[in-house]
Write a protein that binds this ligand. Sequence first.
Ligand code: PLP
Length: 247
Amino acid sequence: MTDSSATVRPDRRAELAAGLARVRARIADACADAGRDPADVTMIAVTKTYPAGDALALAGLGVTDLGENRDQEAAGKAAEVAAAGVRPRWHFIGQLQRNKARSVVRYADVVHSVDSVRLARALGNAAAERERPLDALVQVSIDGDPARGGALPDSADEATGLEAVAAAVADAPALRLAGLMAVAPLGWQPERAFARLAEVAEAFRTLHPGATSLSAGMSGDLEIAIRYGATHVRVGSALLGMRPTLR
Ligand SMILES: *Cc1c(COP(=O)(O)O)cnc(C)c1O
């Protein structure tokens, strides 16, 4: 028997299939409640902390979009998955250091966490080597706390104001401004967080009509995010199980 993390045991595969069925049903119910077409909501399976074998098993079950939040882990996993001949769409959803931009653009199809002008420029330069433009979402801070990351809506700040970051993305030929991403701040009711995000997104789309993606909602709050217009939900623990460390 070969020792490869790129295969899963049948019981793990069954566990993932069950998780997937539950999450797909939740998304379908939330779309029905919101009067939305489930085809307009993409589920990103967040495979962080889980091995490439789980990613491959999910792909084998029909999952097309996978998410990771750390470059080092993601680069290796994406390479293992590619070596198995599987080509999911990889979403980079974590905080990104500028010095990791060159690595991320090699495997990511979408980066959800562009939250500064400097990062947008670094990604734009790095992505110039790609064949296809990189989809970039600007991560917004819902509570306006700059310490936790996220561009600031309603701010004229030249480094982290939402419009300054969006302009830096739009100005980079190798990037496509695809939309916005947010995480509900700790201590906020998801209702309040996603209602606020929906307002920001609506105003944003009047300025950037092509930027229609809205990445919001995780295992615990995806229904509420869908009610407020999420087009991408990022689901980890509800699919793959609780992570040993909270990240
Ligand atoms: C880990 C992570 C998720 C998934 O979280 P779960 O609660 O496990 O679904 C979503 N978004 C980001 C940015 C993450 O880091």
